[in-house]
Design a protein around this ligand. Structure first.
Ligand code: PEP
Length: 252
């Protein structure tokens, strides 16, 4: 049985104190009402150690939003996968479209990050998805496949067990424009087919594929009801505990 996951991506939001307050609020809410899915929060680097300690005995796992493409050394300002792991974080989000676009993260760079994250015992939420122009040219399948081939399809079947895919159409991220549940299901099913071609039907069935892009409490139930949508990667709506909880509740 594949895992259902609701993961938050705080992006570059929240001071350390604000992040601790949000994580505490979420922990308290979910201690009273247990979630029916795995819950992950992706915090900025500086929050990781404190928030991981805070959530140690809770149902919430912690994720970084990035890690370096080099193992260690003279790379000023970078944070390695080993450093992320040492904070107690379990996951790292890699391949987010904002990092691909603003920080020029190519498939080759992402492949290095993927390898280092796995070597250091992190699980990966790997983001893929097409731009509006690519959707209008009906290239969404080719784009998603190329992103998988470029950065994660070299992994062994054993390594693949630590990969969660997040399909995030770029035109839906932070725009309020959600893909319809049917549009999302169509591409999720295609992504699962691609996984089956490389890792076999059983591994594909076990692969968690999240939807991301203006997901909120009002549209999550319809999206999560689709057979190939296993949860969400949530940006804006993960910044307030009640909003995020509303999405987690879509699994009830
Ligand atoms: C994201 O950036 O991962 C995301 C899904 O953002 P939003 O939910 O704000 O569209």
């Amino acid at each position: 049985m594949r895992k259902k996951i609701v993961a938050g991506n705080w992006k570059m939001n929240k001071t350390l104190q604000e992040g601790v307050a949000l994580a505490t609020e979420l922990k308290d809410i979910l201690a009273v009402e247990k979630p029916n899915c795995e819950v992950v929060i992706g915090t900025p680097f500086i929050h990781l150690a404190t928030v991981s300690e805070l959530l140690k005995d809770s149902v919430i796992a912690v994720s970084a939003q990035n890690c370096a493409s080099k193992a260690s050394g003279a790379y000023t300002g970078e944070v390695s996968a080993a450093m992320v792991k040492s904070t107690g974080a379990e996951y790292v989000i890699l391949g987010h479209s904002e990092r691909r676009e603003y920080y020029n993260e190519t498939p080759e760079i992402l492949k290095e990050k993927v390898d280092l994250a796995l070597e250091n015992g992190l699980k990966i939420i790997f983001c893929i998805g097409e731009s509006l122009a690519q959707r209008e040219a009906n290239e969404q399948e080719a784009v998603c496949k190329a992103e998988l081939v470029g950065s994660v399809f070299h992994l062994s079947p054993e390594q693949w067990k630590n990969i969660v895919i997040a399909y995030e159409p770029i035109w839906a991220i932070g725009t309020g424009k959600t893909a319809t549940a049917d549009q999302a299901e169509e591409i999720h099913a295609y992504i699962r087919k691609c996984v089956a071609e490389v890792y076999g039907a059983e591994a594909a069935e076990d692969t968690t594929i999240l939807y991301g892009g203006s997901c909120k409490a009002s549209n999550a139930p319809e999206l999560f009801a689709k057979p190939d949508i296993d949860g969400g990667l949530i940006g804006g709506a993960s910044l307030k505990a009640p909003d995020f909880k509303g999405i987690i509740d879509a699994w009830k």
